[in-house]
Design a protein around this ligand. Structure first.
Ligand code: GTP
Ligand code: MG
Length: 259
């Protein structure tokens, strides 16, 4: 199981009996970036500015989950370093780009931030196709958004590439006092479902927002490198059937201009 919660999760600490009453301010420096760097010590990773206009590898990433869980807020925090307290529901979808340089390859994530409203669901499922990774978000302070994950997962499995990777994100971990979903419960669910990663995050506090996308880029990059090495070892060992996602990604390699 590669569902390692490599990001030191502050909320899991807060969940301990001994620190139940402690506010997030008591530990203002979550060690998230440091731990990511430790895990990535063999990779040279640098986040590039939003306007980067070149890429070597391009991957489609979608963000899904109930309305109001903070999907757009996480994307905005990670990509533009902004956070809005006011709720502006996404209509349809928004599209962002996130660029990471990994070992001299520029990886572009084309991030589709979808709306959570039921009325748009038939439109949204069109975006599931050909995605390399789905970020499924719930809010830790609203149990119904966690209970609905099975429905999101069902849609995703029906409409997307079966090999698409899945991250589970429990957002709003700054709202510890209103927590309705424990870290442990969600972590077990993530392990049972064999998701690639489970993080708790806070778009408001900037906890793990950027890290979600760095991790996404890293995992997709490493998969791609593994795929390339499988191909060079035995050309017949990886067929389009056994690894359609990476074949699909392969088509995007070495584009000089990003779309
Ligand atoms: P839809 O576009 O309708 O699907 O919603 P969404 O999932 O994109 O939610 P959005 O990012 O618009 O956030 C909804 C509300 O939650 C806004 O009022 C945000 O300010 C608030 N919010 C988002 N993330 C956080 C967070 O980490 N902590 C707290 N406390 N509030 C948050
Ligand atoms: Mg939104």
């Amino acid at each position: 199981m590669n569902n390692s919660n490599i990001i030191n999760n502050k909320s899991s600490q807060d969940n301990d009996e001994s620190s139940k009453n402690s506010e997030s301010e008591s530990d203002p420096e979550p060690k998230t970036s440091q731990l990511i760097i430790e895990e990535n010590k063999n990779l040279n990773i640098e986040v590039l500015p939003e306007g980067t206009n070149k890429c070597d590898l391009s991957f489609k990433v979608i963000i899904i989950g109930d309305s109001g869980v903070g999907k757009s807020s996480l994307a905005n925090k990670a990509i533009k370093n902004t956070f809005e307290t006011a709720y502006n529901a996404t209509i349809g979808f928004d599209c962002f780009q996130f660029f990471v340089k990994i070992n001299n390859k520029i990886v572009k994530l084309q991030v589709w931030d979808t709306c959570g409203q039921e009325a748009y669901q038939s439109l949204i499922t069109n975006f599931y196709r050909n995605c390399s990774l789905a970020i499924m978000v719930y809010a830790i302070n609203k149990k119904s958004t966690y209970d609905n994950l099975d429905e999101w997962l069902k849609e995703l499995k029906t409409e997307s590439n079966p090999d698409a990777k899945i991250f589970l994100i429990g957002n709003k971990c700054d709202l510890e006092k209103q927590r309705e979903v424990s870290f442990e419960e969600a972590n077990t669910y993530s392990e049972d479902m064999e998701f690639s990663k489970f993080f708790e995050a806070s778009a408001k506090e900037g906890i793990n927002a950027k890290e979600i996308f760095i991790e996404a880029a890293r995992i997709l990059y490493e998969d791609y490198i593994e795929y390339k090495s499988d191909i060079s070892q035995d050309n017949s060992s990886v067929s389009e059937k056994t690894n359609p996602q990476l074949n699909n990604n392969n088509k995007n390699e070495d584009r000089s201009v990003c779309c």
